[in-house]
Design a protein around this ligand. Structure first.
Ligand code: NAD
Ligand code: DAU
Length: 344
């Protein structure tokens, strides 16, 4: 493994992974291939471009554009593809699923075809715990559980997982898949709940908690997730799937309380609003398989939330221009006419 194509590398998890890869593997060259949608930003990689001018390159392109993907793989002598590129926000998939089907499903197919055409390149797919759907009772999703996605986003990611598996079985493509729980940390676009709530609170705006706020999520620190992906990329068994998360869930209300305490802001900022359509109440994964490979998270969800809050407090240069731009239109669309719940 020497020349790695990281698709979607200008997004939140992708940029953290690229940083991790270049610092951890001094012989690797990394090519980021990214369309630069609203979520992909070159400033996420500015420090990387400066620190690694000879081992890092950026190509702007769409993963659905087969010619451009092939040209990039050929031109940079790529031997490994790690695919982060996706439309990633559930609320946007509810408003309009179109781009999700194109990028997350068709785009994955283009990358798989390219990997096959260039001599069965090593391929790693970044997937999500959302493919398992809402989890009942005390159950924890195992990698072998059936996929029961319930949002257009989750369904597009589950479709991609099926394609990746099919390419392994049919063409013996050397693939692995990781399914991550909710990531938080530096450079997460402020549409996602933790950066949205931190930046709202810093502006003394209400925090729109969907429904009763008792939905459960496993909030993991993004760098821990990246270390898990790296481990699977190097030591994972070909053809296998690995869940990555802390294995500890909390309710959204518990998350909000930690966040407000870290900021020193009052609980009165919490505002219960009309719930997300088809909202999954609980995700919960069994992470023993990746632990057996030698991975442990270095942050609890609470530590991850506190550390993330501090990053947003210290990095207004990053999020203030985002919030001042097109984001406002999105915010009005999702929250503008949302009913406020007096008794959630
Ligand atoms: P993100 O939205 O922050 O970044 C997505 C990146 O993909 C952006 O840089 C965007 O420009 C790029 N992109 C989108 N469409 C593209 C296309 N057609 N061609 C090329 N590039 C394109 O997303 P993220 O939160 O960093 O998520 C990255 C991956 O991890 C996704 O596959 C997502 O499903 C998965 N995932 C995310 C989480 C999470 O909590 N954020 C958890 C588990 C898995
Ligand atoms: O679980 C992994 C997934 O985590 C990833 O695959 C997705 O790409 C990522 O977006 C994330 O999905 P979620 O839907 O869990 O994340 P989000 O930050 O949108 O919401 C987290 C929880 O917070 C969820 O229960 C919905 C709730 N929420 C979210 C928003 C944006 C609110 O209560 N209010 C909000 O305004």
């Amino acid at each position: 493994m020497h020349n790695i194509l990281v698709t979607g590398g200008a997004g939140f998890i992708g940029c953290n992974f690229v940083r991790h890869l270049l610092h951890t593997h001094p012989s690797y060259r990394v090519v980021v291939y990214d369309k630069l949608t609203y979520a992909g930003r070159l400033e996420n990689l500015q420090d990387v471009a400066e620190a690694f001018p000879h081992r890092y390159a950026f190509v702007q392109g769409d993963i659905c554009d087969r010619e451009k993907v092939e040209e990039t793989v050929r031109g940079h002598d790529i031997d490994t593809i790690v695919n982060f590129a996706a439309e990633s926000h559930v609320d946007r998939s509810i408003l309009d699923p179109d781009a999700f089907i194109r990028t997350d499903v068709y785009g994955t197919y283009v990358l798989l075809e390219t990997a096959r055409k260039f001599g069965n390149l090593r391929y790693h797919q970044i997937s999500t715990d959302e493919v398992y759907g809402h989890i009942e009772g005390e159950h924890r999703s195992k990698e072998t559980d059936p996929l029961r996605p319930r949002s257009p986003y989750a369904a597009s990611k589950a479709s991609a997982d099926h394609l990746v598996h099919a390419y392994h079985i049919t063409y013996e493509l050397p693939v692995t898949i990781t399914r991550g729980a909710n990531n938080i940390g530096p450079y997460q676009y402020p549409e996602k709940v933790v950066p949205l709530f931190v930046t709202n609170a810093l502006n003394d705006m209400p925090l729109p908690v969907y429904g009763d706020g008792r939905q459960m999520r496993d909030y993991q620190y993004v760098v821990d997730h990246c270390q898990g992906i790296d481990l699977v990329l190097h030591r994972g068994q070909i053809g296998e799937v690995y869940n990555i998360g802390t294995g500890q869930e909390m309710t959204n209300l518990e998350m909000v309380e930690i966040l407000l305490d870290e900021l020193g802001k009052p609980r009165s900022l919490i505002q219960h609003v009309e719930d997300r359509l088809g909202h999954d109440r609980r995700y919960s994964m069994d992470v023993s398989k990746i632990q057996a490979l030698g991975w442990q998270p270095t942050h609890t969800p609470e530590q991850a939330i506190r550390r993330t809050v501090r990053w947003y407090v210290e990095n207004r240069w990053w999020w203030e221009p985002i919030r001042a731009g097109k984001f406002q239109e999105y915010y009005r669309q999702v929250y503008g006419s949302r009913r406020i719940l007096r008794e959630p």
